[in-house]
Design a protein around this ligand. Structure first.
Ligand SMILES: Cc1cc2nc3c(=O)[nH]c(=O)nc-3n(C[C@H](O)[C@H](O)[C@H](O)COP(=O)(O)OP(=O)(O)OC[C@H]3O[C@@H](n4cnc5c(N)ncnc54)[C@H](O)[C@@H]3O)c2cc1C
Length: 415
């Protein structure tokens, strides 16, 4: 079955199976980073024998595994502002490129937004006095109209990241974004979010656990129906047959995949309708593999931020150095999300590659280095995921369906 942490291995020297070993030449196609606050996952992976490394220099326990620290540890981030490409020392420093008026507008918007996030507690979002208004607005309208960023595209694009939902901002409820930020305790959209990578790849712990479970685990069984019988036992029907169980846990499925399961007794009306109104975003990681991270020799980190709205970079949300732990290859990965993703997918493979090469040439300068491989996966096309990174609530849904949403978020129940 598919899994958002699917990875691709680089280099032929690796064995086909990674069970029991930690390959260092892995590029994740999906979920990749653990936040510093992912305590349970960090604990579990450590228990399973995995180490973590920190991008961008692939440092493990504070030790740099590259022979010489690239750019003496001070590589620059490239920012595409409205007037072209610039180098800055860190993503946060991009604001220095803004005209003074836009910088002030951003500061004011950030202050206002922090206040609203605080007013939208995770356990009671409707205690925000503006809850009903914010839920009737998209996050796009909120940024432009309520926070006054309509004529400040770079300030607008700076706050885009606060809704980490891989979807066009005009589809997402503003209240949902504020609520989500409150629930994440400030981690979402901060430097602590995309922090640790798992040495061996983020899917390796799941593969190791699967090996430990042995014959008790059935893979590739597409569940189509879950029926409760008169004796209170459940029959779980899958492409591999029927299993009878005392308890059933449905975990990890996106709402459209849950709705496709035939539940007996059926889900109640409010839950079924809520699931129909909880879409997931659409995202693709487009990774370009080179023999080595040549951009580092030029003093670049490989991170690119797009604050402008002009072509060709309007296909891309951001790019970053995604080289594997071993540094055996140089990998640049770009995220293309939501409406950008759908526009990008209308291009042929060679047009997509040309767009990406143009972006790299503009940002990092022309190169003779050969792109040896492209690794990409569009998550909406995966029949067992149908998108990523997460669900979001369109305007109005949170207010109308809060009791059913509470059952999901507070009790982890759909049935
Ligand atoms: C491109 C991308 C990048 C991401 N980056 C990050 C990141 O850096 N950090 C982070 O924390 N999160 C990230 N995420 C989100 C993260 O991957 C998900 O939140 C996480 O994988 C969810 O785990 P899960 O176990 O709940 O669901 P999943 O990993 O989706 O597992 C669900 C499983 O159910 C299976 N399944 C589906 N339907 C059926 C069925 N009918 N019968 C049986 N099995 C079924 C699927 O095949 C899948 O294996 C990213 C997601 C994407 C798409």
């Amino acid at each position: 079955m598919g899994c958002p942490s699917k990875f691709s291995k680089l280099g032929n020297e690796l064995a086909d199976e990674v069970v029991g070993q930690t390959p260092d030449d892995v590029v994740e196609m999906g979920g990749e980073w653990l936040a510093t606050g992912h305590h349970e996952a960090l604990r579990l992976f450590k228990e399973l024998g995995f180490e973590f490394f920190h991008r961008p220099f692939n440092t493990l326990s504070g030790v740099n595994n590259a022979t010489t620290p690239p750019c003496r540890g001070a590589c620059s981030v490239r920012v595409r502002s409205e007037d072209g490409w610039h180098s800055v020392s860190s993503p946060d420093a991009a604001v220095k490129l803004f005209p003074q008026e836009e910088r002030q507008a951003l500061q004011k918007a950030q202050d206002e937004m922090s206040k609203e996030v605080k007013n939208t507690p995770c356990h009671a979002p409707f205690s925000n006095p503006n809850a009903s208004l914010w839920d009737s607005l998209s996050y796009d309208a909120f940024l432009k109209m309520a926070l006054g960023l309509q004529h400040y595209p770079m300030a607008y694009n700076t706050l885009y990241d606060k809704a980490d939902d891989a979807e066009a901002l005009n589809q997402i409820s503003a209240l949902f974004v504020l609520w989500q930020l409150n629930c994440s305790g400030g981690v979402e959209g901060s430097g602590e979010e995309d922090y640790w990578r798992v040495r061996g790849g983020s899917q390796a712990p799941a593969i190791r656990m699967a090996a430990q479970l042995g014959g008790d685990l059935q893979l590739g069984a597409h569940v189509t129906a879950i029926h409760r019988r008169a004796n209170s036992l459940y029959e779980v029907h899958s492409s591999k047959g029927v299993v009878v169980a005392k308890h059933v846990i449905v975990a990890g499925l996106t709402p459209s995949l849950i709705s496709a399961i035939d539940f007996q007794p059926p889900l109640d009306g409010a839950m079924d309708q809520l699931l129909e109104r909880m879409p997931v975003g659409t995202t693709m990681k487009y990774s370009m593999v080179y023999e080595k991270p040549w951009w580092r020799e030029r003093g670049y980190l490989g991170k690119m931020i797009f604050l402008n709205t002009s072509a060709p970079s309007n296909y891309v949300h951001n790019c970053f150095d995604n080289s594997p732990y071993s540094w055996s290859r140089g990998v640049l990965t770009c995220f293309t999300e939501g409406a950008q993703n759908r526009a990008f997918l209308r291009l042929t493979d060679s047009e997509q590659k040309a767009v990406m090469q143009n972006i790299l040439a503009e940002a990092l300068g022309p190169t003779e280095e050969k792109m040896i491989e492209v690794l990409s996966k569009n998550w909406a096309d995966d029949e067992y995921a149908r998108g990523g990174y997460n669900i979001f609530f369109p305007p109005g849904v949170l207010s109308s369906f809060w009791p059913a949403a509470q059952r999901i978020y507070e009790q982890r129940l759909v049935g």
